[in-house]
Design a protein around this ligand. Sequence first.
Ligand code: IMP
Length: 413
Amino acid sequence: MPGIAVIGAQWGDEGKGKVVDALAHDADYVVRYAGGANAGHTVAVDEETFKLHHLPCGVLHDRPVSVLGAGMVVDPWALIEEVDAFAARRDPGTLLLSSEAHLVLPHHKKNDEGGGFVGTTGRGIGPAYSDKARRLGVRAGDLLDDEVLRERLERLLRGKPNSTARVGWTDVDAALRALEDVRVRLAPWIGDGGARVREALARGERVMFEGGQGTMLDLAYGTYPYVTSSHPTVGGILTGAGVSHRALGRVVGVVKAFTTRVGHGPFPTEVHDDATLARLRGTGANPWDEFGTTTGRARRVGWLDLEQLRYAAELNGLDALVVTKLDVLSGLDELKVGVGYAADGSPVYETLPGWGEVAGISDRAALPAPLIAYLERIEAYVGVPVAMFSTSPQRRDTYGEVAWPDAPAAVAS
Ligand code: IMP
């Protein structure tokens, strides 16, 4: 049976974790295929809030195997810390780190400090992918073999003598010593992630591909150069998880009811007036306010950009949309949505009526009519059905469902 993909349809932080989390209780495998600790998923379960960076949200459930795919760049120290912190609260289950995944090493983080002109998350992501492309990278599987690791480190130190020396990796023995502990911890997790996922698909098991970042941050198709260094779009799944196109039975795009972006770069529907800005961003008092999970930076916020969303739907072949955070728009008299751009690139807006409070409503029929009309406008413009939407950070305030490819698609609005 083919799997299901959950992809961010904007600039990241769309609330993918919540959708993945809702699907994960039926999943056998949850696979991350791109990015690394630049991702930050916040998932609220009852009164508890979990923040995940490398780990797929499947860890919040007992059953699925969590796979860190070959397309990822994994910070060994941060991964161990994350697993240990998680394990102190819940059993993380089975973790599989693909041997082809690249390691984020100390010089990568050093070289990413300050975020540069892109305003990166500073997690060493770009430098790690850059070493990968230059054939200087060290992969997870290299940690398993003394000789291979020594050879890889020699090449790295020869290729980048200055930046490695700056973090104390002055010779191969120093580098080996620095990696000693993480090799022991990571070894039991390392394996052929791609083969395991392909076998699971062939057995008819349920596989979910969990995207990090978002479509507009794609290295090729996003707002280059203000992008991440991987491919969060659908194409990244094939290379990043080691599966063929047949692995994709349904592709789901997650979209926030408005738009946010962290870091620099184009954002046509960004708002600058203080009242709307404060309204959409929140104060930072709640974990779901618009402040970065990974960096704590205040996110830029703006109106929903339907033309941008249409592009994401076309590029990824979206079968269904999930709309999150509708509650944040509650109480605004009217809402704007971008419906294309003028010749100078500025957005053209359509104005839609707002709605009142939705907190505490748990019956779909009792939801305000303008909220349903908002969802219908999205569907009509983008040409993709809204399968699921949410009106609070809690699991219980989620309407509709995203169905697995072996079940008929559910439509929420
Ligand atoms: P990098 O991925 O750390 O190299 O950052 C590149 C760009 O992607 C920056 O604008 C970051 O703010 C943005 N970015 C990376 N990961 C995320 C994410 O998970 N959510 C939102 N923005 C992200």
